[in-house]
Design a protein around this ligand. Sequence first.
Ligand SMILES: [Zn+2]
Length: 283
Amino acid sequence: MPELPEVETVRRGLAPAMEGRTILSAAVNRPDLRWPLPERMAERLTGRRVERLRRRSKYLLLDLDGGETLLVHLGMSGRMLVSGVQLGAFHNEHPAPQKHDHVVLDLDGGARVTFNDARRFGAMDLMPTEGVEAHWLLKDLGPEPLGNAFDETYLAARLRGRRTPLKSALLDQKLIAGLGNIYVCEVLHRTGIRPTRRADRLSAARAATLVPAIRTVLEEAIEAGGSSLRDHRQADGELGYFQHAFRVYDREGAPCPTPGCDGTIARIVQSGRSTFFCPRCQR
Ligand SMILES: [Zn+2]
């Protein structure tokens, strides 16, 4: 399931092919994904220029010159493919149409962007650019972890009075937008904080260490995604999924990578989801 770094990698991969380009044609091959697609979607996209490709949490936002914004969520299995453009040494030819190609955009300049989603947990919506923040999927989201509104003071205030495990607090999208299971496990390991610790029992000093750790973990993952784009490992034009070495995520039984720690990574289940941590150095 794509998390913030994967979505940011998709954004960076799509931007050169889409920004400043006009959508010459849009094929919308079914009426719905997770929810119904916008009315007259193909018509509303055709002829519009993509002014800017932004990201909010795990949502892509394409601002169009007509004053509307297309929101795209990849869901569980959504993939974005770009073809008809030069990717390093490869000129990416348009692939043969695949099953589950639900939305296909052809842009001037020759690029084609295909949204393929086998499980259809993805979503798209069109709305006035002015007021995007009020969209029902976005209105309750907390600050961006890489933005200025997220800092030590904010986090300390929001953890106060929370009796839930710290891991659940950090997964709360109202507290911080875009953090998912994988990167929360990694952040807690970096900071040596046990995922089961009650949020309101964490000292202010330890809570403060979470802010730079969250930024570093996400930035490293975005960098790994960026290298995968630069190395053209995605010669097939698929964006967003890349190999990234995790320290604890999905590493149950492996030795703890913390220097000087001889612990073993354990797995527990919290709120129905796997948590990976080192019982020795995470306190
Ligand atoms: Zn350890």
